[in-house]
Design a protein around this ligand. Structure first.
Ligand SMILES: Nc1ncnc2c1ncn2[C@@H]1O[C@H](COP(=O)(O)OP(=O)(O)OP(=O)(O)O)[C@@H](O)[C@H]1O
Length: 362
């Protein structure tokens, strides 16, 4: 549930809780982040991820628990006394200062010698490839460029921990994806440890080596992107990350679950007992559609195509099943869409392999 990074924890969050009056925004969160790791806190609005990040930065004090950075308890330290820098979605660049002065601002305030300020600002602007924009004002830059300057400014003070709060929220999709890769490359090249907050699962999966899924102040699951996607530990996580078909059923054998429309044959024996209620989760891309019945008994169901959404690389089919339940199947467009086999109203067979399912009880 909470795998400790192999090389030990650099950032250790121990049973951290935050109460606002009678409301618990963060509930007993424990988490270890390794040195140099990029870790994403992923959750819907109000799940408590920003509050947790603000406690790491020192903008909020925990109501309970401890935060240790490189073995040092941060309790009682003001934000400016922490080797931590937080970068916000709004970039927070000073509009009246040019790029160079924005990056140099914090260094000058620290009272660093002029030559060192100049060297560091230059190095940071080179790192984010903004050297040639040094004399521009923020309003003369694109959103992605402003983001890179904000990153340069955050990194100039050489924090041990970089905190990113929805860093790319203001960028459009295409620029967001490009900037995500740039940000990761820059963060990795410096080796700074990073915790980022996002409600965008693609962003979390693209940028982070591990993800913590938050809901109602609690950390529900921690794992690599592949792990939380392929092995969700609860219905909430299965549903929150990606698309999923959730089917209620009853354990009917060692590796068999009966649902309203389908008998699931599983690849592994179940720990539950016959008669126990479970939920079977199957991702849409694990489902295959055919015009004729696939061989075998289980892991197949006949449905009627009620809708489909064409995404270019794939098409998501929405089927009505005999019980009235819905099933989503995502089919790769290996051939051109005009040659698609299925149309609205067609009866089709959906099938999947044993092992495609995840059986959930939470
Ligand atoms: N200063 C505060 N006083 C009272 N309640 C607060 C305060 N700050 C946050 N909360 C509440 O705590 C909960 C968690 O807020 P938080 O901002 O951490 O969520 P979030 O997951 O970051 O959401 P978002 O993605 O919308 O920023 C919310 O219900 C919020 O209303």
């Amino acid at each position: 549930m909470n795998p400790v990074p192999e090389d030990g924890a650099f950032l250790r969050i121990e049973s951290v809780t935050k109460d606002f009056g009678g409301f618990r925004a963060v509930d007993q969160v424990s988490l270890d982040v390794a040195r140099g790791e990029i870790f994403a806190l992923l959750g819907s609005s109000g799940s408590g991820k920003s509050t947790l990040l603000r406690m790491l930065a020192g903008f909020e004090a925990p109501s309970g628990g401890r935060v240790l950075l490189d073995g040092v308890d941060l309790a009682g330290r003001a934000p400016y006394e922490r080797p931590v820098n937080m970068m916000f979605q709004s970039y927070a660049l000073f509009p009246h200062l040019d790029v160079w002065d924005n990056v140099a601002f914090g260094l000058r305030r620290e009272g660093l010698p002029r030559t060192e300020v100049a060297e560091r600002a230059q190095a940071m602007l080179r790192l984010v490839q903004m050297e040639s924009f040094a004399r521009r004002k923020p309003h003369q830059l694109s959103g992605g460029q402003q983001q890179r300057v904000a990153l340069a400014r955050s990194l100039a003070k050489r924090p041990l921990l970089l905190l990113l709060d929805e860093p790319l929220g203001a960028l459009d999709k295409k620029l967001r994806e490009e900037t995500q890769i740039e940000l990761v490359n820059i963060i990795r090249s410096i080796g700074v440890t990073c915790v980022l907050v996002t409600h965008d699962q693609e962003e979390a999966m693209m940028m982070a080596s591990r993800i913590g899924v938050m809901s109602h102040g609690r950390l529900l699951q921690i794992g690599s992107p592949a792990d939380v996607y392929e092995n969700p530990s609860s219905r909430f996580v299965a549903d929150f990350i990606g698309n999923v078909n959730l089917m209620e059923g009853t354990v009917a054998g060692v590796a068999e679950v009966r649902c309203a429309d389908v008998v699931h044959r599983l690849a592994q024996a179940l720990p539950q007992r016959p008669g126990d209620a479970v939920t079977v989760a199957v991702r849409p891309e694990k489902i295959r559609l055919d015009a004729s019945a696939p061989p075998g008994e289980g892991n197949r169901v006949r449905g009627v195509v009620r809708a489909f959404s064409y995404f270019g690389d794939c098409t998501m089919y929405h089927l009505d099943l005999p019980s009235g339940a819905k099933l989503k199947a995502n089919v790769e467009n290996e051939r051109r869409h005009g040659e698609l086999a299925f149309a609205l109203g067609d009866a089709v067979w959906a099938s999947w392999q044993p092992g495609a399912q995840v059986v959930l009880t939470d």
